[in-house]
Design a protein around this ligand. Structure first.
Ligand SMILES: Nc1nc2c(ncn2[C@@H]2O[C@H](COP(=O)(O)OP(=O)(O)OP(=O)(O)O)[C@@H](O)[C@H]2O)c(=O)[nH]1
Ligand SMILES: [Zn+2]
Length: 207
């Protein structure tokens, strides 16, 4: 089977929105992936590996779906309520791709904000996390991008984001510390100014 006549190829074309220029680029990447297989010491034409370049391209387009949307748009759907106290969405699972090694990193995001005028749907906060996670990332940028989007679109009294994640680039390669967990936080607005607000977030988080 050649790369161009397989079924997976059609799926890639759909993922690329039938963009002809991008499809050509995808073929170049598939050819490069054949080279990578050879570089690593295997035969790209052996049965198990024949479709691997296409599968890898398709998988990467899925890992990076966030580039093909504006995650902030999810927050545009808003409601007017009188609630002016902490809203905390805990344990939002995410799966991202380390921009240094293209290895997965994954874990949970906890997103809290104190509304001023507007609130958004809870699922929209999870969609925001997904939109930034599905890109090439470092955990610190992922954390601050989520906080900055909340601030810009909802204009709350403040936002606090905590992310806990495991990085596969520290497991199967390199330093090989499979149990290491990295925690990052981003605080904005009232959470920067008031220790009590941060404490309330952390108390609810650890319940
Ligand atoms: N700060 C930060 N570092 C990350 C993240 N993901 C991966 N890294 C680190 O990026 C660094 C890249 O270091 P380099 O020395 O350029 O690359 P390397 O030789 O592959 O590094 P080692 O992993 O130490 O073998 C490593 O220390 C990784 O642990 C992240 O989300 N945030
Ligand atoms: Zn890495």
């Amino acid at each position: 089977m050649t790369i161009s006549d397989s079924k997976l190829n059609e799926k890639i074309s759909i993922l690329l929105n039938k963009d002809q220029g991008k499809s050509e680029q995808a073929h170049k990447v598939m050819r490069a992936l054949r080279e990578l297989i050879e570089l690593c010491g295997d035969d790209p034409d052996r049965e198990g590996l024949q479709e691997t370049p296409e599968r890898v391209v398709k998988a990467f387009l899925e890992y990076t779906e966030g580039y093909r949307e504006d995650p902030k748009e999810h927050l545009m759907k808003q409601f007017d309520v009188k609630h002016r106290e902490l809203v905390l969405v805990k344990d939002i699972e995410f799966y991202s791709t380390c921009e240094h090694h293209f290895a997965p990193f994954f874990g949970v995001a906890h997103v809290g904000y104190i509304p001023d005028k507007k609130i958004t749907g809870l699922s929209k906060i999870a969609r925001l996390v997904e939109g930034y996670a599905k890109r090439f990332q470092v955990q610190e940028n992922l954390t601050s991008q989520i906080a900055d989007a909340m601030e810009e679109i909802l204009e709350p009294q403040g936002t606090m984001v905590v992310i806990e994640a495991k990085h596969m680039c520290m497991c199967g390669r390199g330093i090989q510390k499979k149990d290491a967990v990295t925690t990052t936080k981003a605080v904005r607005g009232i959470f920067t100014e008031q220790a009590d607000a941060r404490m309330e977030f952390l108390t609810l988080l650890n319940r």
